[in-house]
Structure formats: structure tokens, C-alpha cells
Design a protein around this ligand. Structure first.
Ligand code: SAH
Ligand code: SF4
Ligand code: F3S
Length: 434
């Protein structure tokens, strides 16, 4: 008889892919069916994120809730980035947890569920060539990891301590996985890594073909069944001309770029150890606008990093006004354990950080109101993936706008031309042309 699995996934796309790997590996030995009810599950897994404090502080109360709800004999596991950094501490604070599996130890899940109080959180463990079993949440698009870990060590960020050093996955494995997914119907391949455009700097073994990210993009695009390629996250420091050129000229690469700014102040960027200046960032973003005028640019911004002055914050607003990002993910700085910035003595008053966040978000809303008008009467290629509860069919345009139209389920899994008639800040509405 099949077992039921309840899995909650927090954090970034890498965690989403890790959860797919967990599900796939579990199914090697026995059949697991996904359930959205923890009280019915034989196995409850929380795949955690550590990037900011809030989700971590909620973790233990959540474990308590699951423990009360769970049926007799069900097991609870904590996986992912908080598992990596809290390790055995989790058993001490929550004895009801049965296993703790770090973000770089996913392949050991079948062992973890069989072993009492199993703990594996080694961030040097190398899964870069591990052949995971196959499971995907979506038939339409496929996440494909191209590297694990991160070498950057930005001073605010815990990720290098939860995912370890950066190792590129051999290109042969990436191409094989992308080809298989595309042949199974995933027209869109989403390449994942913490620094995708640093690809190829280090492999775990030397006998693989060497290539950089631009070459890898080209190779993936040569798979006939692949129609669209997306990737995240590229690092602004590694946005050289070759990369921008490949992005601009390769028709299979979707024209949306994530350019994580973090701060517009060169002084703060240095304290964050981001490796670029305000001028470099602006140069790259404006060059991209010139090369691909219809491209969308999204970004991540942190406000209230230690020592952030009004002038530093003004620099961030200045970059926003000049680049006019289509989407901003903005966060209040959250001091994280194991990071340099947490020890800086010039922490910003949280009330000032909150004010700045509100100001930044208000400014962005104004920019978005202006930007959204430019979509009127434009024709975009939209890949339809979802029927919404409002009865409309939804998908993403090449430049990553959410587009909704009247249509039926036969549109799902197809790329169609859509003329935008009613652009709103968060979604564009239009009509299918053919
Ligand atoms: N590798 C990616 C980012 C991964 S973390 C990159 O370099 O862009 C995702 C985002 O979380 C970061 O871009 C950053 O904006 C935010 N973040 C990371 N650490 C944070 C912290 N301590 N406080 C607030 N936001 C943080
Ligand atoms: Fe964190 Fe910086 Fe690495 Fe991104 S590049 S994961 S922000 S250390
Ligand atoms: Fe991702 Fe959160 Fe880990 S953003 S890398 S799941 S800390």
C-alpha cells in the first residue's frame, strides 16, 4: 500500500528542486503519494530556508503543530538550509523530530527515514554528480540544477554556510537531464544555481568538458525540444559582454534577467562584499536595456544593512529610478548567524529600516504604474501553464509578465501570441491572436 507524504517547501527555487529530489528518492523504495493534509501523512517533511530570521523562528512552533496533528507512527523530518545550520540542535529543541537532513545531503533521504534520529548536515558533501531519481511538480517546465553551493560569501548571507562551496555540475549531466525533461514535455528549462553565470569555475572531478555559462546556455538551446530557457540567479559581477550577447541573441533564452542589486551604494556594496560598484551595475543594466529593449529586469534589494545612511539609501533609490525594474524583491536586513555583518556594531534601527522599506516599495509602485501602460497593444508569446480560479488561463510571457486570457484547457502547455488589452500592475490581460 502506498504511503502519504506531506512536504512543505520554503525558500528559493533550489529548495523547490530539492523537494522534487526528495520525493523522487523516496519513491525508489516504496510508493509515496503527496498529501496536503499533515494529519493523514505517514511522513511529514519541512524543507526549510534560513536566509532571514522569521521563517527560522517559526520552525519550532510549526514542528509542535505537526506533532499534535500527526497520526500514530508518522515521522517528522527537517530538511534544507535551517537543518544545515542548526544541525543536532533541532533534536534538542524539538525531540519529536525524527531526522535532520541538510541542504547538501538530500540524496541520503532514504537512509534518513529508516534510521532513528538520523543527522546528516555536512556542507562539504558533494552531490554534484549524484544521479537523482526523477520527479517533477510540473509537466510544462523543468528546474535543472547547474551548480551547488556558493563561493561568494556576501557578508549578510548565510547560504555559503548552509550549502557549502560552489561546485559546478558536469555539463554532460545537465544536457542529459534537460533533454530528458524536454522530451517528456517540458518546453521550458529553468537552470538553477546561486551564481549561474559563474558556472564552470570548479568541478568535483577534472575529467569533464569545461565550459562557461554562455557556452552552457548555447548547448541547452541546441536541444530541439527545448523551446524556452530561463535561469536564476545570475550575479551582476559576472555579467560580461559575452554573457549579455548570448542573452540578447539566443532566441530560446527568455528575455527576463534577474539582477540582484542589494544596494545602490558603492560604499555599502563593498561592505557587503558584492564585488561590483553602483556604476558597474548601472552600466550592465542600461546596456541590457539598449541591447534588448523589451527585456524585463528584476532585482533583490536589502534595506537597513549595517551602517546604511540616508545617502546610501538615496543611491539605492537612484538606481531604481534609472533602471526602472519590472519587479523588485525587497527585504529588511536580517542579521544571520555565521555571517560577518551580524557582528558589525553599526546595526540600523529597525524602525528606520521599516520606513525605508515602505518608501522604496511606494516608489516602486509608482514606477510600475507607469511601466504597465507600455504593455498596451503589445503582442507577447505566452506559455500557458495554469487554469485559474477566476476561470482565466494564465501563463508567462517571454519577458516574464503574468498574462491572463479567456481560453480553455486546450491552451495549457502551448505557446501562443497574445495581444495585451488591459495591463495591470501585477498581471496583464489580453486576447489570444490565433
Ligand atoms: N545567490 C543569490 C541570492 C540568494 S538569497 C544572489 O546573490 O542574488 C536571496 C536574496 O535574499 C538575496 O538576494 C538577498 O537580497 C536576500 N538576503 C540574503 N541574506 C539576507 C539577510 N541577511 N537579510 C535580508 N535579506 C537577505
Ligand atoms: Fe548569498 Fe551572496 Fe552567495 Fe547570493 S552570492 S547566495 S547573496 S553569498
Ligand atoms: Fe534558498 Fe533559503 Fe537556502 S533562499 S539557498 S532555501 S537559505
Amino acid at each position: 500500500m502506498s504511503k502519504k507524504l506531506y512536504i512543505e517547501t520554503l525558500g528559493c527555487a533550489m529548495n523547490v528542486r530539492d523537494s522534487e529530489h526528495i520525493i523522487a528518492e523516496l519513491n525508489r523504495d516504496e510508493e509515496y503519494v503527496l498529501s496536503d493534509d499533515p494529519s493523514q501523512a505517514d511522513l511529514i517533511i519541512i524543507n526549510t530556508c534560513s536566509v532571514r530570521e522569521k521563517p527560522v523562528s517559526k520552525l519550532f512552533s510549526e514542528i509542535g503543530v505537526f506533532n499534535k496533528k500527526k497520526k500514530e507512527g508518522a515521522r517528522i523530518g527537517v530538511c534544507g538550509c535551517s537543518a544545515s545550520h542548526l544541525g543536532g540542535e533541532i533534536f534538542k529543541r524539538a525531540p519529536e523530530v525524527d531526522f535532520v537532513l541538510g541542504a547538501r545531503n538530500v540524496s541520503k533521504i532514504t537512509q534518513a527515514i529508516k534510521t532513528p534520529k538520523y543527522l546528516s548536515v555536512d556542507i562539504d558533501y558533494d552531490e554534484s554528480s549524484y544521479a537523482f531519481a526523477e520527479f517533477r511538480n510540473s509537466v510544462y517546465k523543468a528546474f535543472v540544477n547547474i551548480s551547488i553551493g556558493c563561493d561568494k560569501k556576501c557578508t549578510y548571507c548565510i547560504v555559503p554556510n548552509t550549502r557549502g562551496d560552489e561546485i559546478s555540475i558536469p555539463a554532460e549531466l545537465i544536457i542529459k537531464e534537460a533533454r530528458r525533461a524536454a522530451q517528456n514535455g517540458a518546453k521550458e528549462i529553468f537552470l538553477l544555481g546561486q551564481n549561474v553565470n559563474n558556472y564552470g569555475k570548479r568541478f568535483s572531478q577534472e575529467n569533464h568538458s569545461k565550459m562557461d555559462f554562455s557556452d552552457l546556455l548555447r548547448e541547452v538551446s541546441e536541444i530541439p525540444e527545448v523551446q524556452r530557457i530561463r535561469f536564476t540567479s545570475p550575479h551582476p559581477l559576472h555579467m560580461d559582454d559575452k554573457f549579455l550577447q548570448e542573452f540578447a541573441s539566443n532566441p530560446k533564452i527568455c528575455k527576463s534577467m534577474h539582477m540582484p542589486l542589494q544596494s545602490g551604494s558603492t560604499r555599502l556594496l563593498e561592505k557587503m562584499k558584492r564585488g561590483y560598484t553602483k556604476e558597474w551595475f548601472l552600466d550592465r543594466a542600461l546596456k541590457l536595456r539598449e541591447m534588448v529593449p523589451d527585456a524585463s529586469i528584476s532585482t533583490d534589494i536589502i534595506v537597513g544593512f549595517p551602517g546604511e545612511s540616508d545617502e546610501d539609501f538615496e543611491d539605492t533609490l537612484d538606481v531604481m529610478k534609472r533602471v526602472r525594474f519590472e519587479q523588485i524583491f525587497s527585504f529588511k536586513y536580517s542579521p544571520r548567524p555565521l555571517t560577518k555583518a551580524a557582528e558589525f556594531t553599526n546595526q540600523v534601527d529597525p524602525a528606520i529600516a521599516s520606513q525605508r522599506l515602505t518608501l522604496l516599495q511606494d516608489e516602486q509602485e509608482k514606477i510600475l504604474d507607469e511601466i504597465s501602460k507600455k504593455h498596451t497593444d503589445k503582442v507577447y508569446e505566452v506559455y500557458f501553464e495554469e487554469k485559474r480560479s477566476n476561470g482565466l488561463i494564465a501563463g508567462r510571457s517571454d519577458n516574464n509578465a503574468l498574462v491572463q486570457v479567456q481560453g480553455d484547457e486546450s491552451c495549457l502547455g502551448k505557446i501562443k501570441s497574445v495581444k495585451i488589452t488591459n495591463p495591470k500592475r501585477l498581471s496583464l490581460y489580453g486576447d489570444i491572436l490565433d
